[in-house]
Every structure is written in C-alpha cells, then in structure tokens.
Design a protein. Structure first.
Length: 312
C-alpha cells in the first residue's frame, strides 16, 4: 500500500508522531511517507498514486487547525473511494477532543474520501502552561508504544473511531471561532527589546505571516496561533497578544529529568490523564509490549509525597 501522511505541526509534536507512524507502517510493508502540508508539492499526482492518505494535526480549540481544513478543501475529488485516516495530538486527553475532526471529515467525505481510522496521542502543551520534563517524557514514551499498535491495526484494515457525543458537531462549529480569533489575535503579536534579530520566526512561520521591513517586525492577519514563533524564539522575545500569560517557550527534551521537578499543575485534568495512561498501559501490555512503571501517573498521595520531599 502506497500512502502519504500530510501533516501540520506547530512546534514539532505532531511531526514526531507522524514520522513514527510512517516508520511503523513501513514495517508492515507499506510504502509510507510523511509530508508537511506547508511543503507539499504535486499533491494531486501524489494522492492519485496512493491507495490511502493520512492527515496529521494538533488539536486547536477542539478542532483541526485552519490550515489543515484549507488543505483538505484543496485536495482533488476522487472518482473512486479513497480511504483516509487521521493522526492527531493534543495537550490533554479530554473527551472534547473527540469532536476535533468533524469539519475535516465532512470536507473529505464530500470529495469521496472514505474515513477509516483516527488515532489520538497526548503530547506536551506549547500554550497554556509548560508541562514538566517528566510529563513530556511520559507522554512521548507512551505515544511511541501506542503508535506501532495502532499502525498494525491500520495496516490490517481494522477501523478505529473516537466516541462521539450529542451535539458534538455543533460544539465544534462554535469552537471554530478560534480560526477567526487566531487571525485577529495574531495581529497583536509583538517583539520586545531582547530580540536579537535572528529571523527564525520570519523564516519558519508556516503561513509567512511574519515579515521584517524597515527595522520592524510586522505580524499579519493569517496567524494560526500554532506558537511556532514564540515557542522556538531563542530569547523568548515574542509576545502573543491576549494570551501572553499562557506563553510557553523552549523545546522539550523528551528525556527523563535529571532531578525531581515541582509539578504546579498536578490537579489539572488529573482524572483524564490517569485514564489515558492506564488505558495505554493495558493496551501495550496486552500486545506483549513493555510499559515501565515510571510512565504511569502516580496516585494522588504519591504525588503529594513527592512534592513534599522536593521542598525539604
């Protein structure tokens, strides 16, 4: 099976997942490739040569990003049904993320693409707050164990869909205000005096929304709020408008932390995280894989004990 996974990744989480998925599919004999939407060329010819296609994206306000929807709208309609599948990432495992592909699926299905499977992995935030290095490590190591299992099912033709809920499509439609709001808020981005004019933000913006003219940075009206510019700024010099208090700067190492860290948000979505990691543990062990105890969420009393020891 020849397939290509077209993906958008703001700060690298979805890219890591999609590349791992492509590797796993190649292990099942598929001719699989991953291609960033912003660098995609000859899309019509490539899709025509594929037996199926994949879409990868990070969840934005319980929806696919605007750039992913635009890409889907520009894909060629198919004379014969062509299967498609989805890999997505988010910073929390809330059930609300189940609705994120409603618009994307509707656009593709109108073009005779047939939904096959959807897979969701939790990866660390690039906005709202910074996860600890331990949590980022736990998330990525868990994803690396789940992706081969999911890709084995995908290669075998076993469907996978997330559980829907009443009025999910309507809620997703309401939350797509983020597409407009992101463009509006993006115009309020600015750069402070710590900027060293490395131009990394200008060069890497996926929509070419940042320009530098006459000694000044200009932030236009096509911002996706993907956080790539602010997250990767080497001097943390970019202010992200109304959401500046939620800014996260600096890449995660995804390695085990060298020292114990204070978890300031240990109660945030705690039940959802516990369920996600426990469900993952069961799936991995059932498949014959290894799931170390360090990847499990500690019980509340264990967390409190760790925090107490860290402050002694």
């Amino acid at each position: 099976m020849k397939t290509v996974i077209y993906y958008f990744s703001g700060t690298g989480n979805t890219e890591k997942v999609v590349n791992a998925a492509a590797d796993a599919l190649r292990g099942h004999g598929w001719d699989a490739a991953a291609c960033a939407i912003e660098r995609a060329e000859n899309v019509a010819e490539t899709v025509a040569a594929c037996g199926s296609i994949g879409i990868g994206y990070p969840v934005h306000a319980f929806n696919a990003p605007a750039s992913v929807i635009r890409f889907a709208e520009e894909l060629p309609a198919q004379e014969q049904p062509k299967p498609f599948y989805i890999f997505k990432t988010s910073g929390e495992p809330l059930a609300l993320n189940n609705i994120s592909s409603c618009k994307l699926r509707a656009v593709l299905e109108k073009k005779n693409y047939v939904f096959q499977s959807e897979y969701h992995y939790v990866m660390p935030y690039n906005i709202i707050f910074r996860h600890t290095d331990k949590m980022a490590y736990r998330m990525w190591e868990t994803a690396k164990r789940l992706i081969p299992i999911d890709c084995a099912d995908l290669a075998a033709g076993i469907p996978a869909a997330e559980k829907s809920f009443p009025f999910g499509s309507a809620l997703a439609w309401i939350m797509r205000v983020e597409h407009w709001g992101g463009r509006w808020n993006g115009k309020m981005y600015s750069v402070d005096e710590s900027c060293v004019h490395c131009m990394k933000c200008v060069k890497t913006c996926p929509t070419h929304n940042i320009t530098y003219e006459n000694g000044k940075f200009c932030f236009g009206g096509d911002c996706l709020m993907c956080m790539r510019c602010a997250f990767h700024c080497p001097k943390n010099a970019i202010k992200i408008g109304l959401f500046n208090k939620w800014k996260v700067n600096g890449a995660y190492s995804f390695l085990p932390p060298a020292a114990e860290e204070e978890e300031r948000h240990k109660r945030y979505c705690k039940n959802s995280y516990e369920k996600y990691f426990e469900d993952a543990r069961r799936r991995v062990l059932a498949s014959g894989g290894d799931f170390p105890d360090e990847l499990r969420m500690p019980a509340a009393e264990e967390e409190d004990d760790l925090s107490a020891r860290a402050t002694e």
